[in-house]
Design a binder for this molecule. Sequence first.
Ligand SMILES: Cc1ncc(COP(=O)(O)O)c(C=O)c1O
Length: 437
Amino acid sequence: MNQQAAKLNAQLEVEGPIALELLSEKGRSIFFPRQGIVAQGLEAKSKAINASIGEGRDDEGNPLCLSPIRDLLKIHPSEAFSYASSFGKPALRDLWARILREKNPRLGNTPISLPVVTNAITHGLSVAGYLFINEGDEILLPNYYWENYRLIFSEAYNARLKTFETFRDRGENVKFNLAGFQEAIMSEGEKKIILLNFPNNPTGYTPTFKESDAIVDIVRHAAKEGKKILAITDDAYFGLVYQSDIDGESLFARLASLHENVVACKVDGATKEDYVWGFRVGFITFAGKGLSSKALAILQDKAAGRVRGSISNDSHLSQSLLLTAYNHSSYKTEKALAYNLLKSRYEAVTAELAKNPEYRKQFNALPFNSGYFMCVEVSCGDAEAVRRELLENYDTGVIALGNLVRVAFSSLPETQIPKLFRNLNLACKKVARRGQN
Ligand SMILES: Cc1ncc(COP(=O)(O)O)c(C=O)c1O
């Protein structure tokens, strides 16, 4: 093992032994190369003659840049063309940490690491996988999850996705399956990795206040019983909650100070929160009652080390644009407008389903109250056949997932919502009839 990594681990053993226990082999070996090119470049930064920079610069020291690109930008070339740090742009990291506290008041003054910038949330999850998952480790998560977790965690790190039923029953009193979650976390073995994504893709569900209190209680209880828990929250759709009984704060806010045996890892980003899917800016942030500020800094270093070793650093242009937006006087107003548009589509979907109880013969909605999506379970059981029927005869595209059809109301003009469900009803009927013949 590299000496720099060995030193970090020795410090972590004192400053946050739970984090050291939870780190994977790869996570133990990774470090941010403070003695290499990056560090030497920093030392050379203020020198009159600086031959350390691996970029093209003009005679004034500005980035060499091509005018067809430069002319499109209203920001200084040094904010876009040059490399950003592997940790991310310092001002953006500071601001995201501040906003994160504002958006999650329960976090209070709980210490958290400074967020490290990743190539959006997918990459942040992959960094978490690198740091914490050994071959064969189980990740505990609800059975309705974002399909890409398989590539991110199973294919890349050989994790086993161990699921529990998301919902306990499908009647009027549908509830998040707390018993299933408890059983999963209390199962045999000490190291437990939980992955919670609310608002959820694909269901569009976020636990109610009561349910999220219970989730936190279950994690606390497991930690007290000696489980060593890594709690990853994928907060991709943070903020998009449409009902007053839902806990809009990230579970991270409470997991961050829950128990000495819990390390919380928040993966979030601008992608959906700020409507910039192609910008690729995300963050990974750590916290834990058993972690000193030094331990948090070590986890930051390890995350930035992995960034350096995978993408080197994230888009400087995207980071600068976001930083400018967050400081803009109309940012909050604009964001509220976008949120209201999505909320109105959510309401149009719920109204449409309420207005047409006969649809329930063909499909039943799973609980949804947030995010981009809702799912229906098709009575014929063959969502793929329904999807094909919709494509071929109804000019309509949806996603089929087993016996579920996922509808992204986030991208659907409100005027199309009634027709979409009418089409879905007709397509389901046709497929069911075919099945009977
Ligand atoms: C649950 C969940 N996490 C993460 C992502 C990926 O986000 P990003 O585009 O920031 O990588 C998505 C996108 O679909 C998602 O649904």
